[in-house]
Design a protein around this ligand. Sequence first.
Ligand SMILES: Cc1ncc(COP(=O)(O)O)c(C=O)c1O
Length: 366
Amino acid sequence: MIFFSNPKAQYLAYKNEIDAAIENVLSGTQFILGQNVASFEEEFAKYIGTDHAIGVGNGTDAICLALNALDIGPGNEVIAPSYTAVATIAAIKMAGAIPVLVDIDPNYYTLSPEAIEQAVTEQTRAIIAVHLYGQSADMNKVLTIAKRQKLKVIEDCAQAHGAIYENKRVGSIGDIGCFSFYPTKNLGALGDGGAVVTSDGVIASHIYKLREYGWDENRISQKSGRNSRLDELQAAVLRVKLPYLDADTKKRKKIAENYDKAFQSLPLVCPPVRDRCSHVYHLYVITVNNRNELVQFLKQNNIFPGIHYSTPVHKMPTYTDSLPIGANLTQTDFLADKVVSLPIYPELGTNEQDRVISTIREFYLP
Ligand SMILES: Cc1ncc(COP(=O)(O)O)c(C=O)c1O
């Protein structure tokens, strides 16, 4: 069976090093916020190109804590795309702010700058730019709007570890970058984990406090924080994997290249890549007209694709009232009926890639 992602294969690829790192933590005495977390924070900040990285419990918390650190909460609106993992929007609600869901750009599937412009009101405080599927949002346009409207920019980088937008890694472009290390992510832990990155020292110092009950150095809560810490075991695993991230991304790109070439003449759309950007292919998402039939055919052949996403957030019951007045989410609704995520992960062998390719060719050219 071939699945669209395979975190177990990633563990096995680095098993010896990961097992040794875990053993090392277990033989020590500090399981929370010790040397592994501190070192990982330093190494990850260096990799992304920011002054600070703060390990937190998961990617959803990372976004919520970013909003907390910017003092964005009740009564404030936050603009984000409806076409994203629901976690992006759940984080806005967790912060007590009002999510305002906008449409995507039909070419690259990331949030539409025109839709942002139309959604800004007196209450808007921030934009969350989601780097969907492994590719950066249109950051120049997002930053221009943010500057003009005096809004903060939070990058949701959960699907785009290492992706580059015009020579900068995502996470280092806006005010704050938020990462998830959920096991299927391009940099995945063996459990939950996340990080907030920023080069703003004031924001960083807020996040350090907010992730631990709002404590100051004397363990006195100066603000109302929460418990959202990255633990030593996950940090130790991430430290093993981080040095391999670029090599793993290269493997993902090679698979994407093979798929792009093989599907050229078929009636489907391969993932579009923005100029001067590097896509890290967290997901390889094609769009097709006959999704149900294709997915069924793939499953009959023991290939299990994903669908990201069949229900955009604005169609989920708790978020149906989160649209700006007069909003039109045509592109989001259009895409939701068409996307299929094909298997892609660094350990996907050439035989398995060939099987995916030949099965799809057989579907279209029986
Ligand atoms: C775009 C996006 N944002 C946020 C998250 C939330 O990450 P986590 O599952 O670590 O809370 C995810 C992960 O699913 C995601 O894909």
